[in-house]
Design a protein around this ligand. Structure first.
Ligand code: ZN
Length: 539
């Protein structure tokens, strides 16, 4: 696949080989080498009309800093290392960290709290919303505030700082992926003793482009989004994340002909990385969340590698959520990649009826082809190449208010890193560990043999994935008629499908009672009307 194959834009078509290679190198670094992104890039260049403007677009493109899931997560880990070094130097302990979440719900602050809890292995007691901060609740707290981007610092200084300063500036860490020069200045001026990381501003148009180029960018921005031609707060950032493009970045990057509406009219423009204004996501009504009271699960320890399920890399081993008080409902989206399940929604409703720990939803899906086409032929058998699914498939769901996404496929699963692991029943994506894949390959046959329905089989495999995600339990090599059986021989699953219960080894390890109860309910679930579930599956 190359840029030239997809380019309609005359500038891109005639691009010298060297520049073409530069663009392609960039796309590779970003992990975005798929048809959809090439087309988006082509559309984006077509926004610019003159040769000169297109050359400017090229320069902007080459200066953009895009964080895909992997890079974003890696950055979070680096930030945690910084914190740990500070703690070490002051004889403090990571157990004293308190992640303070900003006011507002269902937006990026919420998802970041979730990311940090996962990446840093924080416990639920270590998360508190700014509105509920109680000085008496902590003995020697170190407060962490994280936001992906600080463009002006206004919101922070207005909404959060006044409530926080009473705790002592030196005990507060303000972390971000990108901080503008202006935000950094203001933070230093108005809260000089607070630790701000990083303390180097992110590169902006102002620093990277000549005065003349800045003028031209401003003039174009004036047409595209006269309200903020250089991005909110005049920040001129060139940063984008896999889940969102900050509005402090240039509107030339994110305007989509809707989000740049001013007085009811918008300048026609195609985005490179869209900015999604705060809103309810497609067809989903996010439940009010209160992260200070949530019980977020942790990813499994990497010990389950080379098991039936490959655990995501960089996972931290943490205790399972413990049950008391307010119960957060984990939202799990069910996605049918290629099974043609006629009644997935009904399945979700049934599963919601029998337990309350998980809330299953069936979001509307648009570009499922991206996943559908990632097939790998191994010994004449087609596998869904989970690690080969292009990133845009995942980023499309980034604004869904769900904790996990379960993707069902008719193919066996392959995971290709140094080796090719294939013929798997289930496993998470490496691009975004919230995505778990469940293979229904030969399941029709196995469930018939076991005397249960196809949907019960799907749920059975899903349960194994939920265990891996929410506990430190992995798959066992031995077949103990348990959802955690590895099943090197695929048909071994029939034994477990007959029993549909955890084995004596696994059951006592499910420490969280509410989780255990919900998983048992899922395993024992039987459809009210077996005829109601029509399945059209090839195998
Ligand atoms: Zn077991």
């Amino acid at each position: 696949m190359s840029l030239r194959d997809y380019a309609n834009d005359p500038f891109l078509q005639r691009l010298p080989t060297e520049q073409e290679a530069e663009i392609e190198g960039k796309i590779r670094d970003w992990g975005l080498q798929d048809q959809a992104f090439y087309e988006r890039l082509d559309n984006w260049f077509s926004n610019f009309e003159s040769e000169e403007d297109k050359r400017l677009a090229y320069k902007i493109f080459m200066r953009i800093k895009y964080y895909n899931y992997r890079q974003f997560t890696r950055r979070l880990e680096q930030l945690y290392d910084s914190i740990k070094r500070h703690l070490h130097a002051t004889n403090n302990d990571p157990g004293n960290l308190v992640l303070v979440t900003p006011p507002g719900e269902g937006d990026s602050a919420d998802r970041h709290a979730y990311d940090l809890i996962k990446s840093w292995g924080l416990s639920k007691e270590q998360v508190c919303s700014v509105a509920e901060l109680d000085p008496r609740a902590f003995t020697d707290p170190v407060f962490i505030l994280f936001n992906d981007t600080h463009g002006t610092g206004n919101q922070f200084l207005r909404d959060i700082w006044p409530r926080l300063k009473q705790f002592g500036e030196h005990k507060i860490f303000v972390l971000a992926i990108a901080i503008s020069q202006e935000a950094l200045h203001r933070f230093r001026r108005e809260m000089p003793r607070v630790h701000v990381i990083p303390h180097i501003p992110v590169q902006s148009v102002w620093a990277l482009f000549t005065g003349e180029e800045c003028q031209r960018i401003q003039a174009l921005g004036q047409k595209v989004y006269p309200k903020h031609p250089m991005g909110y707060g005049n920040a001129g950032l060139l940063t984008a994340y896999y889940f969102q493009c900050p509005n402090n970045s240039l509107p030339l990057i994110w305007a989509d002909g809707k989000n740049n509406t001013v007085d009811g009219a918008a300048y026609a423009w195609r985005p490179l990385f869209p900015y999604i204004p705060k809103r309810l996501s497609k067809g989903e009504v996010p439940k009010a969340r209160n992260l200070s009271k949530t019980e977020l699960g942790k990813r499994a320890a990497p010990s389950s590698q080379d098991r039936n399920i490959l655990a995501g890399e960089g996972a931290r081993k943490t205790e399972a959520p413990s049950g008391s008080g307010f119960r957060y409902h984990y939202r799990v989206a069910l996605i049918d990649i290629d099974l043609g399940l006629a009644n997935l929604l009904q399945l979700a409703q049934e599963l919601n009826r029998i337990q309350g720990f998980f809330h299953f939803t069936c979001p509307r899906i648009e570009n499922v082809d991206r996943a559908r086409n990632a097939l790998l032929d191994i010994g004449g058998i087609r596998n869904l190449d989970v690690y080969g699914i292009p990133e845009p498939f995942f980023s499309e769901y980034s604004d869904l208010a769900v904790d996990l996404v379960a993707c069902f496929t008719r193919y066996p699963l392959a995971f290709t890193d140094e080796y090719v692991h294939y013929n798997y029943f289930s496993g998470p994506s490496a691009t975004d560990a919230r995505f778990m894949f469940v293979s229904a390959n030969q399941l029709q046959l196995f469930t018939r043999e076991a005397g249960c329905t196809f949907e019960q089989g799907l749920v059975y495999i899903l349960v194994g994935q939920l265990v891996v995600y929410f506990t430190d339990i992995g798959y066992h090599e031995e077949t103990w008629k348990c959802p955690m059986d590895f099943c090197r021989i695929r048909s071994e699953i029939i034994k477990g499908l007959k029993a549909r219960a955890f084995c004596d080894k696994c059951a006592p390890r499910l420490k969280d009672k509410a989780l255990h109860k919900a998983l048992d309910a899922l395993l024992l679930w039987a459809p009210i009307n077996t005829n109601g579930m029509v399945v059209n599956c090839a195998r």
